[in-house]
Design a protein around this ligand. Sequence first.
Ligand SMILES: Nc1ncnc2c1ncn2[C@@H]1O[C@H](COP(=O)(O)OP(=O)(O)OP(=O)(O)O)[C@@H](O)[C@H]1O
Ligand SMILES: [Mg+2]
Length: 321
Amino acid sequence: MYKAFYSLKRNPFEITPDPSFLFPTNRHNEALAALYYGVRRHKGFVVLTGEVGTGKTVLLHYVLQLFKQSKDVAYAYIFNGRLSPVEFLQYLASDLGLPAGSKNKGELLLQIAQYVIGRSQRGLTTALVVDEAHHLSAEILEEIRLLSNLETPQEKLLQILLVGQPELDEKLDSVSLRQLKQRIALRSHLLPLTSDETKGYVERRLQLAGCPYPSVLFPPETIAAVYQHSQGLPRLINTVCENALIAAYARQMRSVSPDIIDDIATDFRLGIQTPALESRNSDEVDARKAAQTLLQLYAQLQAEQKRDEDVKTRVRLRVAE
Ligand SMILES: Nc1ncnc2c1ncn2[C@@H]1O[C@H](COP(=O)(O)OP(=O)(O)OP(=O)(O)O)[C@@H](O)[C@H]1O
Ligand SMILES: [Mg+2]
């Protein structure tokens, strides 16, 4: 509704993971390279983790687009980790275009193995891509480990990308999965954006949506308020900016002012701690449940921001060395 008023060709802040909007921060680039080259160079296992809404799925969609164009990579894309082991293998087989019908686990495994080996003999690549991998059960992770046994002395035959929230790291750290953990060739972790990246991110989205003057519509002080309230989490940035555009349009303002951002942050109750999150450190289960809502998500950011700062300090130290 505000598009014509602001001369926009499309909505700049959709929360769908549309790869055409990808803003390549250093971290996102590194993660992209790990996912892409991990598959291309037949590294076997690649793991990408990141807090809720940091851009894991959008990166994955970007990489899958590249694979689709390349023709020599076939992949199965699984984003529902809450399956039984047989359902998982059935899904995997049918996404690779194999008949999965009423087969049992052994038959499914054999069929998948034959398919992967056959492709490898023809110089083709096969990948298993799992988003939301933090939901995978230990049983399915064990099936995946068995599939990763398909190898020659030189290389892995099935490339496996596991993408998920930080709980995935915790799962992979567990004693029962240490065999799988040892096979991970590449690992990346996404963090929220810095304030400079937030500015670049908002401006790029506006540009891609056809905005003629991004810095008029979202002046620097407004973007500073967006960063303050979103703490650099892309999904939250989108939510705040989308609502800001609606509010500014309702007031027929040509430029979004910082107080509009403050109002939206108040409406969304950003920055307000919930009792569940206050006890986050002492109760992992509460934190996991809490991470599922927008409000609770924001409270997690304080921990993330600190980690970000730690990383920056480490990078600074390394640069100074
Ligand atoms: N680097 C980026 N460039 C452009 N858009 C991004 C970027 N990172 C995140 N986004 C946008 O932020 C929103 C959330 O991203 P995405 O769904 O990929 O997060 P996620 O890490 O997969 O979250 P979840 O853990 O909830 O699955 C999407 O609208 C996505 O397009
Ligand atoms: Mg996702």
